[in-house]
Ligand binder design. Structure first.
Ligand code: GLA
Ligand code: ZN
Length: 694
């Protein structure tokens, strides 16, 4: 497999992070010391300028770039490449004072005051103009510098604005979407309900908190618009940068499964996907391995936004953070695991927030490679330097890719629709949690699933899981049908195919759009259970019963073959599917709860009730067997990912436990310990290995 090298200049993996020299311009000694320390820590990249606007343009049209030029030069002379940021994530005071329209209007319709960050109006023509001028000047000044390898646009896009400019753009967006025909919109939004019909696009307001919040179509379109508008802002920045220096890739740093923006719509407009990774390690509600596996899910989501190039971990905490409820220190060794996990999952970078702790303000106590102590002998510095060494050892993995035969469907639209639907249990919808739970269970069976949109090309997969796919996009049903026909194993669950992309319910039975024939069932009712209610699924299928012990994740507990049902249970009518399990209790006792229908060369599986993901392990195994995907169970708390490139495969093993682990069936050269593994890989507590084989 061909490699996709992001930065040939680097000749390996990126090791770097946010660097804020503008906070230290009166301390040239510290800026000089930074270079020495960076080299010592094996840093080869610095992300510069992210919040520098008030230093770059201290007064309107008075630009001071000399300091930045010196920094980029000095970094380059020392072998450190610059990821150059645009400063649009935070505005100088003069700008807000003179152009209040750059500040957002909140959901109550009030203009915000100057302050904070990440809070500009995405529509403001003045702000867009100011940003464009700044970006052009930056690109002209530094775009051809050999040290500049990438542009980092703004910072962690988020939020919405209810100002006049945004409302106007929202109306235009809607008019275009609904062909300038207000009746189309009225039908799509079902506005005759509660007498909410509009005569004109000009009557439409966004969902102000004290305004219209009861039209589901409006709520959803507002979210879609916010993504569209944010992306439009990002694209405008990218266009300026690309127009000056077309060869330099752009990225914007994303935030895991962030709910405010549909990242899948934004990914095509950035050259590389990057994200900021801050797991809550050592918390009091789950094991360290659980935290790690959820992080693996987040990496998989980011990786899948652009499946054919590596992604980047743009930020992570070298030590602790300062914004969690409890800002606990990362225990010794965890830093190395977390960094290697990112690379294992397909990142070509390990980057931090932040290089050096500032003396004051909001993030003065946020972890950094260099502490207020200022030395290179701290625990954190040493662990970072160790990672620097490690990344050099495994440099050949840069450009290789994670390839998997299984995928999970996850749509932001679907998430928003489920969140907003007035139905089910208020506290128990848990779409994201359900996806993560199922993903982790497959992961425990050795399957590192991609996470893709329901309309995306599924050709490369043999198994697809689509939890709670309440909203079907226009092509999803056909996409899934084709997938099963050509031999795919498809799993859907309760709450599949209730509404179309306008959130109008399908008539004639759920799952709609022809999916009821694909699955051979109709879902007639859905029951929501109180926390103390219970039901169970009695397995009628022998193969599921025999295997009903789910490895490590079920603990030592032997299952009686029944799956406990919590929170949701759909009552099905079976058309022509095979029944593999039935409800154990209540008025729907004995009716179908798990079904399977052959279609073409594949199978469409349906689980009608919510159960614990580990309980479904045996079903997953059976699907994997039918899909021809091997199951591989590793010792509890040990994680494996595989990256492939033209010179072979790289198996990453990460031990998130305090015990040594022995993993058999491993052959190749461990690049970390520099030794040959013949069959059994011994991993010490919290140990890591990267095993290369041809
Ligand atoms: C985010 C931001 C950074 C910094 C870190 C702190 O990821 O992008 O600027 O505030 O959080 O964890
Ligand atoms: Zn606005």
């Amino acid at each position: 497999m061909e490699k996709k090298i992001l930065f040939p200049q680097i000749g390996g993996l990126i090791h770097g992070g946010d660097y804020n020299p503008e906070q230290w311009l009166d301390r040239p000694d510290i800026l000089e010391e930074d270079l020495r320390l960076m080299k010592k820590a094996g840093i080869n990249s610095a992300s510069v300028g992210i919040f520098s606007w008030s230093v770059l343009e201290p007064k309107e049209r008075e630009f001071h770039f000399e300091w930045l030029g010196k920094i980029i030069d000095r970094l380059y002379e020392n072998g450190i490449y610059t990821v150059l940021a645009t400063p649009s994530g935070a505005r100088p005071a003069w700008l807000d004072k003179k152009y209040p329209e750059a500040m957002r209007v909140n959901r109550m319709g009030q203009r915000e005051h100057h302050g904070g960050r990440h809070n500009h109006c995405m529509s403001s023509p003045v702000y867009r103009e100011k940003v464009a001028v700044m970006d052009r000047k930056l690109a002209e000044a530094f775009g051809s510098h050999p040290g500049v390898i990438m542009y980092h646009i703004s910072n962690e896009f988020s939020g919405e604005c209810y100002c006049e400019h945004c409302i106007k753009r929202f109306r235009t967006y809607l008019a275009e979407k609904y062909d300038h025909d207000i009746e189309k919109l009225n039908r799509a939004w079902w506005t005759t309900f509660w007498s909410h019909r509009y005569n004109d696009f000009e009557q439409i307001e966004p969902p102000f908190i004290h305004g219209e919040t009861s039209v589901m179509g409006l709520n959803l379109e507002w979210k879609r618009f916010t993504t569209w508008n944010t992306n439009d802002f990002m694209k405008a920045e990218a266009a300026v940068l690309h127009s000056v220096t077309p060869g330099i890739p752009v990225t914007a740093n994303l935030m895991r499964m962030f709910g405010g923006l549909d990242y899948r719509k934004m990914a095509p407009d950035m050259d590389v996907v990057s994200w900021d990774n801050y797991p809550i390690f050592h918390n009091d509600w789950e094991t360290l391995a659980d935290t790690a596996y959820e992080t693996a899910f987040q990496h998989a989501l980011m990786r899948s936004l652009k499946r054919d190039v590596p992604f980047m971990m743009m930020e992570s905490a070298p030590g602790l953070v300062n914004w969690q409820n409890v800002n606990k220190l990362k225990r010794p060794g965890i830093h190395r695991l977390a960094c290697l996990q990112a690379v294992a999952c397909g990142s070509d970078s390990v980057q931090y927030f932040q290089w050096r702790k500032g003396r004051g303000s909001y993030e003065q106590f946020h972890g950094a490679v260099v502490d207020h102590l200022g030395t290179d002998d701290t625990r954190v510095f040493k662990e970072v330097a160790e990672v620097g060494e490690l990344l050099k050892k495994i440099a050949p993995v840069a450009g290789t890719l994670v390839r998997t035969k299984a995928a999970m469907l996850f749509d932001w639209d679907n998430r928003w629709a489920i969140e907003d639907m007035k139905a089910l249990g208020r506290e128990t919808k848990k779409y994201e949690e359900t996806c993560i739970g199922i993903w982790k269970e497959f992961f425990r069976l050795g399957v590192d699933m991609d996470i893709v949109g329901s309309d995306e090309d599924l050709d490369r997969y043999d198994l697809v899981v689509a939890p709670m796919l309440y909203m079907l996009q226009p092509h999803t049903a056909a996409n899934l049908r084709t997938f099963v026909e050509r031999g795919g194993q498809l799993l859907a669950t309760y709450l599949t195919g209730y509404v179309d992309s306008d959130q109008l319910c399908y008539l004639g039975g759920f799952p709609g759009d022809g999916l009821k024939d694909l699955f051979g069932i109709v879902s007639e009712e859905i029951d929501s259970l109180y926390p103390t209610d219970r039901n169970a699924i009695v397995l009628t299928d022998e193969s599921l019963q025999k295997k009903a012990v789910s490895g490590e994740s079920a603990g030592e507990k032997e299952s009686c073959g029944d799956w406990e049902v919590v929170e949701y249970a759909e009552v099905l009518r079976v058309q022509d599917a095979q029944v593999l399990g039935t409800y154990g209790e209540d008025f729907y006792q004995g009716s179908a709860a798990i079904t399977c229908k052959n279609h073409g060369k594949g199978n469409a599986w349906y689980v009608a009730a919510r159960t614990d993901a580990p309980a479904m392990g045996p079903l997953f195994e059976r699907m994997l067997a039918d899909a021809g995907i091997p199951v591989r169970r590793l010792p509890a708390g040990v994680e494996c990912h595989v990256r492939k490139g033209q010179e072979g495969r790289y198996e990453f093993y990460l031990n998130w436990t305090n015990d040594t682990a022995a993993i058999s069936g491993v052959k190749g050269r461990d690049m970390v310990a520099d030794r040959e593994i013949e069959d059994v890989l011994e991993l010490p507590a919290y140990g890591v290995a990267v095993v290369h084989s041809r």
